[in-house]
Design a protein around this ligand. Structure first.
Ligand code: ATP
Ligand code: ZN
Length: 296
C-alpha cells in the first residue's frame, strides 16, 4: 500500500455493516470523498486525508502500528485485538452510535442454563476467543474456547462445541439454529480511534481539526436549537425544563415589558412532552430548530 506521509490516513471498513455509516460520518464532517467503492484507497478532495478501505479486523492493527492515524471499528473487534499480546497503541476518541450489537453466549434450546457455572467444563465456539476467555476468567469458569472464523452458530449441530458466543442484533440467526442467548459478554458499537504514536506537528494539527469536526457532527446529531417567549416570572422554571441546555440567552422583547425571548442549544432530544411542559410553565411561540453544524 502506498502511503503519502504528508496526509492523514483513515481506515474504515471496505464493505460491510460499518461501511456506509463510516463514510456518512466523514461526509457529514465535510470530507469530500472521491468515489470508487472498489478501490483500496480514496483521496479526500478538500482535506489532507486519504481513506483506506480494509477489512474491519485489520483496522486496530493499522491504527496501532501508526500506518493509519485514525480508524472506525466495532468495539468487539477492537477489544479482541487489545486483549492480544501486542502492546496496543490507540486511543478511543468517541463512540459513534452505529454498528450496535451485543456479543452473547448462546445455548441450544434443549440445554437448561443456570448461570455461568453451566459453562464449567464445556466447549464454546466463537470468533472472539480472547473476550470469551476474559469472561470465563472473570467468572472463575474453566471451559474450552474453540476459535471459528465464521458460521459459529453451526458449531453445536456439528458437535464442535455445546455453546457459542457470537454477535447478535435481533437474535434471528440464533433462533434459526435452535439456539437462545443466555449471557451478554459485551455491548458494542462503532468507535473512532486514533493512534497513540507520535505525529509530526502539521499532521497533529490536521488530526485535531478532523477530531473537532467529527465531535461537532456527533454533537449536532442530538442537539436542537430552541427559541421561545416567556414572561419574567416563568424564566426560572422554563430554563430548568430545557433538556441539557447550558446558560440560555435571554433577551428582552421589544414593546412587551416583562417578556423575554429565550434561546438555547439543547444537547438532548427534545420531545413533544418537553414542549408541553414548557408551554405549561408559561412559554409561548416555541420553535425547535435542527442544528446543521457546531464547533465547541
Ligand atoms: P470484514 O469483511 O470487514 O471482515 P465482517 O464480516 O467481519 O467484515 P460485518 O458483518 O460487516 O463484518 O460487521 C462489522 C461490524 O458490525 C461487527 O464487527 C460489529 O461491530 C458490527 N455489527 C453490528 N450488528 C451486527 C450483527 N448483527 N452481526 C455482526 N456484526 C454486527
Ligand atoms: Zn471482519
Amino acid at each position: 500500500m502506498f502511503v503519502d506521509e504528508s496526509r492523514l490516513h483513515i481506515a474504515i471498513q471496505k464493505s460491510g455493516r460499518l461501511s456506509d455509516y463510516s463514510r456518512g460520518l466523514l461526509r457529514d464532517a465535510g470530507l469530500r470523498i472521491q468515489n470508487g467503492k472498489n478501490d483500496l484507497t480514496a483521496r479526500v478532495e478538500n482535506f489532507p486525508a486519504d481513506l483506506m478501505f480494509v477489512r474491519d479486523d485489520d483496522i486496530p492493527t493499522f491504527v496501532s502500528d501508526g500506518v493509519c492515524e485514525f480508524g472506525i471499528v466495532g468495539e468487539n473487534v477492537l477489544q479482541e485485538f487489545a486483549l492480544g499480546d501486542l502492546e496496543p497503541r490507540f486511543e478511543i476518541l468517541a463512540r459513534l452510535g452505529f454498528g450496535r450489537c451485543s456479543l452473547r453466549i448462546a445455548a441450544p434450546e434443549a440445554v437448561a442454563y443456570d448461570g455461568p457455572a453451566t459453562l464449567q467444563g464445556g466447549r464454546i465456539a466463537t470468533s472472539y476467543p480472547r473476550i470469551v476467555r476474559r469472561f470465563l476468567d472473570d467468572n472463575c469458569i474453566e471451559a474450552t474456547v474453540v476459535k471459528m472464523n465464521g458460521a459459529v452458530e453451526l458449531a453445536p449441530r456439528l458437535q464442535i462445541a455445546s455453546f457459542v458466543c457470537d454477535l447478535v442484533s435481533t437474535g434471528a440467526t440464533l433462533e434459526a439454529n435452535g439456539l437462545r442467548p443466555v449471557e451478554t459478554v459485551l455491548e458494542s458499537e462503532a468507535v473512532l480511534i486514533r493512534t497513540s504514536r507520535p505525529m509530526a506537528d502539521t499532521k497533529a494539527e490536521q488530526a485535531s481539526r478532523l477530531v473537532s469536526r467529527i465531535d461537532g457532527v456527533l454533537a449536532t446529531k442530538e442537539s436542537k436549537y430552541i427559541m421561545l417567549n416567556a414572561p419574567s416570572e416563568a424564566l426560572q422554571e422554563i430554563t430548568a425544563i430545557l433538556p441539557g441546555a447550558e446558560a440560555p440567552t435571554i433577551l428582552p422583547l421589544h414593546g412587551r415589558p416583562g417578556h423575554f425571548a429565550v434561546h438555547a442549544v439543547c444537547q438532548e432530544s427534545v420531545f413533544w412532552e418537553t414542549l408541553q411542559k414548557l408551554k405549561g410553565a408559561g412559554a409561548s411561540a416555541i420553535l425547535v430548530l435542527p442544528i446543521e453544524k457546531m464547533m465547541m
